[in-house]
Design a protein around this ligand. Structure first.
Ligand SMILES: Nc1ncnc2c1ncn2[C@@H]1O[C@H](COP(=O)(O)OP(=O)(O)O)[C@@H](O)[C@H]1O
Ligand SMILES: [Mg+2]
Length: 256
């Protein structure tokens, strides 16, 4: 059984343009998969479909063998944009506790249990950020904040974790820290991470999906970094198909 099983999926925000089309995306248990692609290519949309925040217009979409909304408690999610104002007076502990709520809206009105708090402590210890638990979220560095968001996604013991550009605003050192952590977590769970940095991703990940309305898979393991760069620019060319064809036909016209 695939953890994510997507076949011939189509999705549009407005009926005139497909944000995603003909997408096949199958991910096995404990795989560590990268998702790359240009801005506006549909990477965040793909993750939101897997989470059940959006619904496909057409096609098959199963997560852990079930429709996404039935699987959502088994999915951890680190969104691309978080709506914390840096000045908002909320502590690390409180942010991570929010991960215990899941989609259970009834629970929002009840209090966190002792068990919830114990779970949070365990996760904070594991991610080596226990010492930050009382800190206000606005006082954290970018790398620390990412760890907190990953902790929030982990408290519900997910089988699958989806991360949307978790290292976009980080320096190379913190980025390596996050990816080291993810490869550690990958021993226990399936990971799908959107990243802009293919050379970086390729050090950790064997298989990347390039998303630009359509989705194409690329194997990257065992290649040199230089080759990977070549492959990426090649894949981008392949994906910018229309553009590519235009350039070619202009060249042909020049010769005539
Ligand atoms: N809420 C929305 N409403 C309408 N269009 C959207 C919305 N979110 C994204 N889009 C459009 O869908 C396409 C894919 O966006 P997105 O999935 O955010 O791309 P990526 O994450 O790869 O940058 C883009 O053309 C974007 O403008
Ligand atoms: Mg995005």
């Amino acid at each position: 059984m695939f953890v994510i099983d997507i076949e011939d999926l189509y999705f549009s925000y407005d009926k005139n343009n497909w944000a995603l089309k003909e997408v096949e995306f199958k991910v096995r248990d404990k795989e560590f998969v990268g998702v790359i692609g240009p801005n506006g290519g549909g990477k965040s949309t793909l993750l939101k479909l897997i989470l059940g925040e959006l619904f496909p217009d057409r096609g098959k979409l199963l997560v852990l063998g079930r429709p996404p909304l039935e699987a959502v408690s088994a999915i951890g999610y680190v969104p691309q944009h978080v709506n914390f104002k840096r000045s908002f007076p909320i502590s690390v502990m409180e942010v991570v506790l929010m991960g215990c709520l899941g989609k259970d809206t009834k629970k929002i009105f009840s209090r966190y249990t002792l068990e919830d708090r114990e779970k949070v402590k365990k996760v904070l210890e594991r991610l080596e950020i226990m010492h930050l638990s009382k800190r206000a979220i606005g006082e954290l560095s970018g790398g620390q904040l990412q760890r907190v968001l990953i902790a929030r996604a982990l408290v519900s013991d997910p089988k699958l974790i989806l991360l949307d550009e978790p290292t976009a605003s980080l320096d190379a050192n913190s980025e390596a820290g996050v990816f080291d952590l993810l490869s550690e977590l990958n021993k226990e769970m399936t990971i799908v991470v959107v990243s802009h940095d293919v050379a970086f991703v390729s050090r950790y990940i064997g298989r990347v999906a390039c998303v630009n309305q359509r989705l194409s898979w690329h194997l990257v393991s065992g290649l040199q970094e230089v080759d990977l760069q070549k492959m990426y620019s090649h894949s981008v060319c392949a994906i910018h198909h229309d553009h590519d064809i235009k350039i070619k036909s202009r060249g042909e016209n020049d010769v005539e």
